[in-house]
Design a protein around this ligand. Sequence first.
Ligand code: MSP
Length: 501
Amino acid sequence: MSKRFYITTAIYYVNGQPHLGHAYEMIITDVIARSRRTLGQEVFFLTGLDEHGQKVQQAAQAEKKDPQAYCDELAADWQAFAKKLELTNNDFVRTTQARHKEYVQAQLAKLHAGGQFYKSSYVGFYSTKEETFLTEKDRRPDGTFDPSYGNVTELKEENYFFKLGAHQQWLIDYIEANPTFVQPDYRRNEVLGFLKNNKLEDLCISRPVSRLNWGIPLPFDQDYVTFVWFDALVNYTSIAFAHPEFELWPADIHVIGKDIVKFHAVYWPIMLKAMGLPLPKQVLVHGWWQKDGAKISKSTGNIVDPIAVINEWGLDAFRFYVLRELDIGPDGNWTDAGFKSRYQSELANGLGNLLNRSLSMLKKYRGGIVPAKSDELAADAARAADEARALLKQNQLQAALHSIWGLVTRANQYVDQTRPFSLAKNPAQAQRLDEVLYNLVETCRVLAVLLWPFLPGTAVKIYAQLGLSDEPNALNAATWGGLSAGHAIGEPTPLFPRKEV
Ligand code: MSP
């Protein structure tokens, strides 16, 4: 059995509907998963839901619903959302599933037996919003806590703690010896800075049932449930080992947002070390989206509804905008004007126009039959394919799209330069017209192959319009000359209808 490329998203709290930020994370993960598939690797892509904890319990209470029934309803929406985005996930985890709960309990029992936990009294402050304990040093100079913590309450309780602190130097050494473990580099430096300048506190891994009962019971003390983060992080392994038919662990990439780096780059590696498991190869950290320069927030109404955008403009227009606009790392800003402008210039007038005029001319001048091979654009196509291949291997999705669009632009210029509509008027130029038409339709075919990880629906449509019955899902097929003389293409239809804006 050979190891599969195993990639995950964070798992999402089921306390509301998915928004732009969640969609972005799912899409970049899907593009990386598809990239590896198109490069010929076997891939396992996991996404899913984080269903326990106070946040979810409170959301269920607010709707006067039993937490499990509440999660079941929302889980159906989130699963439908994954389909709407055409994610190629191989499984969908819900942390309330028996397969996950049993695995968490088995790990807890093992760690407890191995002396990794101790019971101690905690006196301090608690942020429900962040599901985290706070201390005096988290107060701001004016004595208050940052509003991002929400309502902070004071409490005193007995809990179980995991011995994190003991592994601080080991983790520093590990991250220093493995420079790609946390990416981009500036996130890695932040983690190292945090570890070198703070004493790592032990991690509280329990919550008393008297305060919170929506969680996985500790197998060794029924008065407690497991802290939601301990439960959640373990999903990456519980599901990997729920698939004995594949070799999955260690994960190749955990894709997460910048707000949860500490959990993934500090707590999780130490948990895995204690569990006796190898560490994931990489934690890949993306930035956060804003809309119109302000935080996305349901309460202020500053939101982008991905489903509404997809229903109006199509899935691939949505995928294209978020991938082309924002590299993995920095923060991004959604504007409706920016979205429409990219749709119009890059999709409708760029790619869409290239395909439509290439195929329409082939229909009109050659009855839709591909002429003899010609290789005037072969070098341009090969350059775009080589660049895309190299960039996809490094998860440089935005740069890869940029290279691919270089080929779109080149081919559109080629139409303007060679003027096939004029050539068609002159019977003496018949052979030249054949050459031009071949170069155009073959470039469209190569583009479909290169675009498949990013815009899978569009890639499939291009292949269908070219009259090709296979799927454009293997990068090797980007080699020039795939279309043969005499092949009959299908019907040209606009990929991205122009819209009044
Ligand atoms: N349940 C935890 C994660 C557990 S992983 C073992 C959680 N859930 S979350 O629903 O709040 O966030 C899930 C992911 O969505 C995180 O990676 C987070 O960074 C991402 N995003 C949430 N809002 C976002 C934006 N506005 N922009 C981009 N990503 C955002 O944290």
